[in-house]
Design a binder for this molecule. Structure first.
Ligand SMILES: Nc1ncnc2c1ncn2[C@@H]1O[C@H](COP(=O)(O)OP(=O)(O)OP(=O)(O)O)[C@@H](O)[C@H]1O
Length: 266
């Protein structure tokens, strides 16, 4: 397998006024170009920490992380992040929110007309062409999240990093955006790493599901390959024996073998 993203023995120890906290231990993970990988585990196990290490927003205490054979030392436009709460700038229109990111990445070598074209194309890709002139407070949560995804995609990142991108949305909007994401990723062939709590979301979208043990010193407990044909259709899959089997394996890992930590279960 090619090692497009290569996490080599990463450890993460946070040091704060309260003391030291060993969040991640001995994380080894290789992700191939074009792969869709989900990180799943109970709350507080370190999923976001691992994603932030790949984003370059955090540096590991030990070990190394590589993207395309280069060490990840800081955030970079080749690794765009989509957060749970869209993080759009409230005073800018949807268009300008995306344009700002496009300008940062391509502004030095492209004309304004090309930058505008890229911005329009990204908004079109997520079905938001009609809302370009609206500000974030004028659109729904699902629409804001789409603009956040458009902003990330417009940067043409090599890797799309998503931290519970649909976590704050109602079930129907969530299902709709998952379907859209499936289509977009099929078109762009992006490499995606997504944090989720949702077992069905993980099985529907992923090529592999990385299951994390509970912390402290959380590590990768099991990696499941989701060998289901694409394109995937949520209704058809619901009764697919392979889908049911994958779902069962993840549920078994999360609730039988690595139950919710006591402090959270109480
Ligand atoms: N900056 C920090 N300083 C100290 N501890 C931290 C810091 N960031 C995260 N932690 C701790 O590291 C552990 C992992 O946190 P992280 O946010 O990665 O978990 P998570 O699996 O993404 O959780 P959730 O699913 O609830 O979002 C938690 O116990 C958290 O309290």
């Amino acid at each position: 397998m090619n090692r497009y993203i290569d996490v080599q023995g990463a450890e993460m120890v946070f040091t704060s006024a309260k003391g030291r906290f060993h969040a991640l231990h001995d994380i080894h993970l290789q992700i191939a170009k074009g792969e869709f990988v989900s990180l799943i585990g109970h709350s507080g196990c370190g999923k976001s920490t691992l994603l932030n290490l790949i984003a370059g927003l955090l540096s590991p205490t030990e070990g190394a992380l590589l993207c395309d054979n280069r060490e990840i030392r800081s955030p970079g436009p080749e690794r765009a992040v989509v957060f749970q709460n869209h993080s759009l700038l409230p005073w800018l229109t949807c268009f300008d929110n995306v344009y700002l990111a496009v300008e940062r990445v391509f502004g030095a070598k492209e004309r304004k007309a090309q930058l505008r074209e890229r911005t329009h194309a990204a908004l079109q890709l997520v079905g938001m062409a009609a809302a370009t002139a609206k500000r974030p407070h004028e659109i729904s949560g699902g629409m804001k999240q789409r603009v956040g995804i458009a902003r990330a995609l417009a940067m043409e990142p090599k890797v799309l990093l998503m931290d519970e991108p649909f976590g704050a949305l109602d079930a129907l909007t969530r299902a709709h955006l998952q379907d859209e994401l499936l289509k977009i990723v099929a078109r762009t062939r992006s490499t995606v790493v997504m944090v989720t709590h949702d077992v069905d979301e993980a099985v529907l979208l992923s090529d592999r599901i990385v299951m994390m043990t509970n912390g402290p010193a959380a590590t990768i407990g099991q990696v499941l390959t989701v060998d289901l044909p694409r394109p995937r259709d949520r209704v058809a899959l619901a009764e697919h024996p392979g889908y049911v089997a994958c779902r069962k394996q993840v549920l078994d890992f999360l609730y039988t073998r690595h139950g919710q930590p006591q402090a959270l279960a109480a």
